[in-house]
Design a protein around this ligand. Structure first.
Ligand code: NAD
Ligand code: DAU
Length: 354
């Protein structure tokens, strides 16, 4: 048995593949374009492991995808490949349209042809699992109920609009062609291997370098935070027992304003890596807001809990401590991803008045 995982050199994808092969001997074909966010170092523990077949390539490459499906005969496709950073989508939406929309469309087309050609048993067992985000639902008022699977889509950023478009295509491939698809919409992940452009790893990296900790706007934007291995366990649960055609929201019941997140991290860093010059909170710097910044996301995860018995294993307190410790123990990982391209991105996104 084989899984085709896309985006498995990125943050969630690498955590998913490492956990998958830590728990089962089922082979993983891992297709990744190795963009700035894809990092072969994330998979170094799998070097020489015959259960892991890494393929450097693009989900928008039709011949490549068709060939991989024909050659490896996977029982499922787990699509994690995406452009994932909201700020980058604001500066340059083109890659988001190409990968998140056209890439997903290409995967669906190839998977449909492959699925139709399978024998009856393989055909009925096949799944196409599409990993999406809570951002497709838009922004909540302070006292609105959390997003359910029935909440209308109202994406606000080029990133979330591209993910929403992909979700609609996935839904249509089930409705029109009967393809056995599953969609997951998850809240903000954090944990080991996250590229330091996202809030939590950026704050850790900057704090360790004694640099300002940039907080957008008034710091009161609210997100729901989930430890990455809880997202991975949810994906496994949906893949194993999710009902084809269904959508599952995944979240940690852990809404927090950004400034509280940053304060918690500063206090943890004070404990684990005290700063001679003073408390880490002194590094917090309120900066120009993100254009179109969604005010609040919150996830109602009762469907996946009720139907699939999934629950997060970590609280924010346990997950954030593990995360900060991981970054403290892996300074060379952080240094290696902070290339010239990373520095240019930081200059572009955080330069005065941008
Ligand atoms: P990431 O940016 O860390 O990794 C994305 C991976 O996809 C990288 O390895 C990159 O090289 C690869 N990739 C990009 N374009 C590709 C292409 N055209 N073909 C093949 N590979 C390509 O992203 P992540 O945070 O790990 O997110 C993974 C998925 O989960 C995305 O679909 C994202 O929308 C979704 N998601 C992320 C979060 C989060 O908080 N990070 C929350 C909910 C959902
Ligand atoms: O909700 C799920 C989404 O979470 C995923 O679909 C995205 O792929 C993922 O990037 C994430 O999106 P966010 O925009 O919420 O994550 P980010 O870490 O970029 O920002 C989290 C919050 O922190 C957000 O309100 C913006 C704010 N922020 C972010 C950065 C990078 C800051 O205040 N300062 C910063 O420097």
């Amino acid at each position: 048995m084989t899984l085709l995982v896309t985006g498995g050199a990125g943050f969630i994808g690498a955590n998913f593949v490492l956990e998958w092969l830590g728990r089962s001997d089922e082979r993983v074909v891992n297709l990744d374009a190795l963009t700035y966010a894809g990092n072969p170092e994330n998979l170094v523990a799998l070097e020489g492991d015959e259960r892991h077949i890494f393929v450097h390539g693009n989900i928008a490459d039709r011949a490549l995808i068709a060939g991989l499906l024909a050659e490896h005969q996977p029982r499922a496709v787990v699509n994690l490949a995406a452009e994932s950073h909201v700020d980058r989508s604001i500066h340059g939406p083109g890659d988001f349209v190409r990968t998140n929309i056209q890439g997903t469309y290409n995967l669906l087309e190839c998977a449909l042809e492959y699925w139709r050609g399978l024998d009856a048993a393989a055909n009925s067992g096949f799944r196409f699992l599409h990993v999406s985000t809570d951002e497709v639902y838009g922004s909540l008022e302070p006292d609105s109920p959390p997003f359910t699977e029935a909440t209308a889509y109202q994406p606000n950023s080029p990133y979330s609009a591209s993910k929403a478009a992909a979700d609609h295509l996935v839904r249509a491939w089930h409705h029109t062609y009967g393809m056995p698809v599953l969609t997951t919409n998850c809240s903000n992940n954090y944990g080991p291997l996250q590229f330091p452009e996202k809030l939590i790893p950026l704050v850790i990296a900057n704090a360790l370098a004694g640099e300002p900790l940039p907080v957008y706007g008034d710091g009161m934007n609210v997100r729901d935070w989930l430890y990455v291995s809880d997202h991975c366990s949810a994906i496994r649960a949906v893949l194993a027992n999710g009902r084809p055609g269904e959508v599952y929201n995944i979240g940690g019941w852990n809404e927090m304003p950004n400034i509280d997140i940053v304060n918690v991290m500063c206090d943890l860093l004070d404990e684990l890596r005290p700063r001679a010059e003073g408390p880490h909170r002194e590094l917090i710097s309120f900066v120009k807001d993100r254009p179109g910044h969604d005010r609040r996301y919150a996830i109602d995860a009762r469907k996946i809990e009720r139907e699939l018995g999934w629950r997060p294993a970590e609280t924010f307190q346990t997950g954030i401590r593990k995360t900060v410790q991981w970054y403290l123990e892996h300074p060379s990982w952080v240094a290696n991803v902070q290339s010239g391209a990373y520095r240019r991105w930081v200059d572009l996104n955080y330069r005065q008045g941008s």
